[in-house]
Design a binder for this molecule. Structure first.
Ligand code: SAH
Length: 411
């Protein structure tokens, strides 16, 4: 294993279990590690601190282990089992009403650069580092051990996330398929139905959703909104609901199931809107209860008549992907939230979110405060919303906290 030697006093973050080594902290690289190789990291006085995946860039090493050897043959199996046990302990892994969840959330599960989402037997893997991309077959083998017969397939969807230089065309595809995965007889999996090769129905809190990992955004579904969707469901009875940035209609289905009078769903992606229509039908709701709009959500909400909705959901994509975009992103959050707050009926609710990692809770709350002030309406914060337990945050890596939201009551 090649070795990274840190500059004097640059070991402190590693001693506090922060899982990244920045390139600026490195004094010397002993050997010639290739991107994705395992390297050991030592302090200036030669103490071994940790091992991780090496990569050229500002984060030079993503730590996999502070105390054990990640080259041990059962490393992946133990780490994935640990991740599974957390989901099991939290009541997600063996749940009658929910059969989809995030199994591996990068640093939150001690595996920086790796995402694995579980969709009722199908694991969708996304490598965000070269090291994880190179380890994908070993990870797939470990998934087989963890899930046993329950595992129907492992799909690698890293082409858009693995940070290889241009010129290398990555192709997404199956790393594993159970022997009967392609056969029509496997169309009925445990408590759900296979629709096509790359699509199945999952259950989330008893609601049914189509997930297409090949064509969908990210791994196919936004699993991080499960609990916030349930919160919308609890407040939807008797209300007219507007779901902005709806993707495949997660919040819309919960609102309908919760007794909403009518739900309008808006997304700029036609493919997403087609899925919304199918999800509405799949859950037994009628076209009279729901309307789909393929449109720009910001234009849409600006043109809504005042008071047309008594519950509005605002869940845009990350407006700031890096620090440089922060100022513009905060302005965009303010504009969008001002429009939603201005339009909601008196006594209405606004669920508003930001999934930009660089926009912290305080900054987001300030943007929403400025939005409220712009409208001059009376606005109260009823709840502060987060990412769920399967998107866990490593306490030593607070950067892992990315999803934040507010439930507002507007008079
Ligand atoms: N609320 C969703 C997830 C939203 S992800 C859920 O619960 O599943 C963000 C969505 O915003 C994506 O579906 C993307 O297609 C959509 N989007 C991005 N820019 C948009 C815009 N300007 N207007 C409307 N939708 C937009």
């Amino acid at each position: 294993m090649d070795k990274i030697i840190l500059k004097p006093r640059r070991e402190e973050s590693l001693l506090r279990y922060h899982p990244w080594v920045f390139s600026g902290a490195i004094a010397q690289i002993v050997g010639h590690p290739a991107e994705g190789d395992l390297v050991s990291v030592c302090s200036a006085d030669g103490k071994l601190l940790a091992c991780g995946h090496y990569q050229i860039g500002s984060i030079a090493v993503r730590i996999l282990s502070f105390d054990e050897d990640p080259t041990l043959p059962d490393f992946w199996e133990r780490m994935l089992l640990r991740a599974y046990q957390l989901r099991e302990a939290y009541g997600l892994a063996q749940n009658e009403r929910t059969n989809c969840y995030r199994l591996v959330h990068g640093e939150g599960d001690g595996l920086p650069g790796l995402i694995v989402d579980y969709y009722n037997g199908v694991c969708v893997l996304q490598a965000h580092s070269v090291g994880m991309f190179r380890a994908k077959n070993a990870i797939c083998e470990a998934l087989k051990t963890v899930y046993g017969e329950r595992l129907k397939a492992v799909y690698d969807k890293s082409s858009g996330t693995a940070p290889f230089k241009a010129g290398l065309d990555l192709v997404d595809g199956y790393l594993y398929k159970a022997p009967d995965f392609d056969e029509p007889s496997s169309c009925h999996t445990e408590r759900s139905e296979r629709i096509s090769r790359d699509e199945l129905i999952v259950l989330e809190n008893g609601n049914k959703f189509l997930v297409n990992w090949q064509e969908g955004q990210k791994t196919g579904f936004f699993l991080d909104q499960r609990e916030n969707r349930a919160a919308v469901g609890r407040l939807a009875a008797g209300r007219k609901v507007l779901n902005l940035f709806c993707y495949t209609g997660g919040f819309s289905i919960y609102a309908l199931a919760g007794g909403a009078v009518h739900v309008d769903s808006v997304d700029s992606s036609q493919r997403a809107m087609d899925m919304v229509d199918r999800n509405v039908a799949l859950n037994g709701f009628t076209p009279e209860q729901h309307t789909s709009y393929c449109a720009d959500a910001i234009d849409f909400v600006k043109n809504v008549p005042d008071g047309a909705y008594d519950l509005i959901i605002v869940d845009p994509p990350a407006f700031a992907k890096h620090r440089g975009a922060l100022k513009n992103a905060l302005r965009a959050y303010q504009r969008l939230n001002a429009a939603a707050i201005a339009k909601v009926a008196p006594g209405g609710f606004v669920f508003t979110f930001s999934c930009s990692q660089v926009v912290d809770k305080e900054a987001f709350a300030l943007a929403v405060f400025s939005a409220a002030a712009e409208t001059g309406r009376s606005v109260r914060i009823l709840d502060r919303l987060n990412q769920p337990a399967d998107h866990s945050v490593n306490i030593y890596h607070p950067e892992g906290e990315y999803l934040k939201g507010l439930l507002l009551y507007v008079e």
